[in-house]
Write a protein that binds this ligand. Structure first.
Ligand code: HEC
Length: 249
């Protein structure tokens, strides 16, 4: 698919990385904030200066770093599976480059490729992620299929971060489900932290570990593990909810 598009994505990523480096100091974020949704690691090439991508997010497009990578990292990138150290079957699913280099995607063809095959497999012996992990939800599968159908690109965009109505059910729970829960559920969740229900999530909010880990604060394990930090918008929402007393609303 469009080499031109790819080239401009690389340029955009470079600019994004430059922006992130320049804004290391995190104070309270005014609302609404403009955020960049990039932040994937991988070869940016000398973008400089501040500024945003200037590309508004399009609800019809699927953005890899924002929507696909978190699903892969959370469900497939845990240690012992497809993280860089373990790379089961030579497959690493923790960055755009790694996913594409693994050769498990057929850009443009969501019905082909080892990744889709493994995700759609109905036999639990062959399915990814393997039991006892639950299969991906149909919504997550559909998103990955749309991304592949759109050419499996690494698109970036700027969105407005709407922090006006941050509730547990509508905002916090879905962030945890899509970006954390894969490693933080079941009988032995990562770090003993269960993020699949209100009790566990609020517990992490109250002891400071939730915010500390997503903000990559000193003294906490940086989360999501093995991946780039959450988009600023997600972190802003988590901060608002925690500071409001982590209500079950
Ligand atoms: C790929 C698997 C994985 C993902 C994805 C992941 N975690 Fe973790 N998490 C772990 C593991 C494993 C630990 C145990 C500490 C360690 O190994 O770094 C942990 C530890 C933690 C801790 C305890 C930190 C501390 O210093 O005590 C918190 C809180 C946490 N994770 C929150 C999150 C949140 C929030 C997300 C989503 C934004 C997330 N995790 C995504 C695997 C993961």
């Amino acid at each position: 698919m469009g080499g031109k598009k790819l080239k401009s994505s690389v340029l955009v990523l470079g600019i994004l990385l430059g922006t992130i480096w320049m804004s290391s100091c995190k104070h309270d974020i005014p609302q609404p904030v403009i955020v960049n949704n990039g932040g994937g690691n991988g070869g940016g090439g000398g973008g400089g200066g501040g500024g945003n991508t200037g590309i508004p997010c399009d609800s019809d497009s699927v953005y890899f770093n924002l929507q696909i990578l978190p699903i892969l990292v959370s469900n497939c990138g845990s240690s012992g599976c497809h993280d860089p150290a373990s790379h089961e079957d030579g497959v690493v699913l923790t960055s755009y480059q790694a996913v594409m280099n693994s050769g498990v995607i057929e850009p443009g063809d969501p019905n082909d490729g080892d990744l889709m095959e493994a995700i759609l497999e109905t036999n639990p012996d062959d399915r990814m992620p393997p039991p006892p992990a639950s299969p991906l939800t149909s919504q997550q599968i559909q998103l990955i299929q749309t991304w592949i159908a759109q050419g499996a690109q690494n698109l970036n965009c700027d969105g407005i971060c709407d922090t006006s109505n941050v509730t547990f059910a509508a905002v916090i729970r879905p962030i945890m489900q899509n970006k954390c829960q894969g490693c933080h559920q079941g009988t032995s969740p990562g770090g003993g932290v269960n993020l699949s229900n209100y009790a566990g999530i609020s517990g992490a909010a109250f002891d400071g570990s939730l915010l500390g880990s997503v903000e990559h604060a000193a003294g906490w394990s940086a989360m999501p593990k093995n991946a780039a930090a959450l988009p600023d918008c997600d972190i802003a929402k988590i901060r608002i909810w925690v500071n409001a007393g982590a209500p079950n609303n």
